[in-house]
Design a protein around this ligand. Structure first.
Ligand code: UD1
Length: 336
């Protein structure tokens, strides 16, 4: 029996596949390589010492989705695949709605045809919208995500919740990620975005590597300890291990459960810059720039529910996240 991992070659997907394989699971990867590379799949096999079956295909291609289920004994799905560039989603909303939602419909259709009723979904803290207070708990009402990307995450959460309500024998685990950064300890896999990065850590890495000139710090007038935005950064390997626990949970219950995956600690943009400088020994030049539209001042998790019910807590701190991100960039100056 295997776990189908959509988007398994991506940043979080690849680290999750390594952890799943190392814990003895069989893995089938379904990935279009829209924002990842086939090399990541070879590296997953190298790091785990196990083989995976790969479907190089898009979830928009319903026939290929069907084929992946028909050719393998799939027992659970972890659904990462989706477009995730916030700015692009504002420019091209239909692309995001079509890709992320239609892809998910094809996946659920095939699951229903093949009697697969367990799914772990890669959601985001973005579904909380503008939080009234921090730390954020799973029972907080979801808000209005600021952009189409975030809205697709919330919509898919709602769709899966409805599917489970209609057929109570489904097990749905919605994982709300905070800000995953870092890389595998080996430095072989890590975050490898196409083009100029949107997110903080990959941007800092490219400045450190000399590919970008300086970091723009989006706002220093937020009500935070140094005026810059505060986020809950989480090591991608910790996040990956959360998925192994989420699969165990999905096998043990029927219903829908939501878990925050974060450390519970908030760091500002400048905290991250300084931690990165300490870890790498490289100075990161930065300039204060205007606030980025849609950004919130502070966002960090209350991770108590994941600890209580999944037996999961993050192990790594910010220094290790920075050291591991830097190690990956040094070993892969031109990406994977
Ligand atoms: C972003 C997305 C969020 C998504 C998440 C995961 C936005 C508004 N939100 O979260 O929906 O789920 O990524 O990919 O894009 N920063 C700078 N300079 C930079 C880049 C970022 O100062 O060049 C600051 C931001 O203002 C923020 C912090 O760094 O305070 C983290 O930003 P980022 O890494 O983009 O993550 P989020 O915005 O939290």
């Amino acid at each position: 029996m295997a776990i189908l991992v959509t988007g398994g070659a991506g940043f979080i997907g690849s680290h999750t596949c390594v952890e799943l394989l190392q814990s003895g699971e069989e893995v089938v990867i379904f990935d279009s390589f829209a924002n990842s590379k086939p090399r990541a799949v070879e590296l997953i096999e190298e790091l785990s010492g196990k083989k995976v079956r790969l479907y190089h295909a898009d979830l928009l291609d319903a026939n290929e989705v069907e084929r992946a289920f028909a050719e393998n004994a799939i027992e659970s799905v972890i659904h990462f695949a989706g477009l995730k560039a916030v700015g692009e989603s504002v420019q091209k909303p239909l692309l995001y709605y079509h890709n992320n939602l239609t892809g998910t419909f094809h996946l659920i259709d095939a699951m229903q045809r093949h009697g697969v009723k367990r799914i772990v979904f890669s959601s985001s803290a973005t579904v909380y919208g503008m939080p009234k207070e921090v730390p954020m708990r799973e029972d907080f009402p979801t808000g209005q995500p600021e952009n189409p990307y975030g809205r697709t995450k919330l919509m898919i959460e709602q769709i899966l919740t409805d599917i489970q309500r209609a057929d109570p024998t489904w097990s749905v685990v919605l994982l709300r990620y905070f800000n995953p950064i870092g890389a595998h300890k080996s430095g072989k896999i890590g975050e490898d975005p196409n083009g100029i990065p949107n997110n903080l850590m990959p941007y800092i890495c490219q400045v450190a590597a000399g590919r970008l000139d300086h970091l723009n710090v989006f706002g220093n007038d937020y009500p935070t300890h140094d005026g810059t935005g505060v986020r809950d950064y989480i090591h991608v390997v910790d996040l990956a291990r959360g998925h192994v626990k989420a699969i165990a949970k999905a096998r043990s219950f029927q219903g829908t459960e939501i878990y925050n995956l974060g450390t519970g600690i908030g760091y500002s943009v400048l905290d991250v810059v300084h931690a990165f400088e300490r870890a790498s020994g490289v100075k990161i030049p930065y300039q204060i720039a205007p606030r980025r539209a849609g950004d919130i001042a502070e966002c960090f998790a209350d991770p108590a529910k994941a600890k209580r019910e999944l037996g999961w807590t993050a192990q790594y701190g910010l220094d290790e996240m920075c050291a591991d991100a830097w190690n990956f960039i040094q070993k892969n100056p031109n990406g994977l």
